[in-house]
Design a protein around this ligand. Sequence first.
Ligand SMILES: Cc1cc2nc3c(=O)[nH]c(=O)nc-3n(C[C@H](O)[C@H](O)[C@H](O)COP(=O)(O)O)c2cc1C
Length: 148
Amino acid sequence: MLTRLVYHSENHLGAADGKMIAGLNAIMDASNRNNQRDGITGALLFDTLWFVQILEGERDAVSAALRRIMSDDRHDAVTIMDARPASERLFGNWWMGLALLRDEHKTVLARHGLAKLDPRKMPGEQAIALALELAQSGLNRRLTPTAA
Ligand SMILES: Cc1cc2nc3c(=O)[nH]c(=O)nc-3n(C[C@H](O)[C@H](O)[C@H](O)COP(=O)(O)O)c2cc1C
């Protein structure tokens, strides 16, 4: 059964510097490798304080990925925002696509009723809609060191 799960968590990678970018890229490399193997697609939104991730795939595969992700000390306080059966993939082009949220995304966030990314107040559907709009202008496979 195809399932879509949305969660948020708190970043433990540190502030916006080269080390954070390297940490993010290590996560993205493992995600793309494993998700391709496991038939998982999705998006990862990151604003240096918060992660919001959408995982879609077979329920067993998504559950196994979530168990690994939850025990990862590069973040903390993993909180499920939504999980339900899905009839189709929304992020089928991305084993995992990354969106690093910056000032230039303010207008996109505002269109979704948000001054900034605060996933504690965000329904899962809102996170999915935001990720879909960000995906329209392209997500990242990984970041270049200058992205910080
Ligand atoms: C915010 C965040 C998102 C992650 N997303 C994924 C993911 O989509 N898929 C995945 O396999 N691992 C993901 N990981 C990494 C896992 O926690 C874990 O390190 C990895 O799956 C281990 O893979 P390996 O045994 O191949 O090294 C994520 C980690 C963090 C902190």
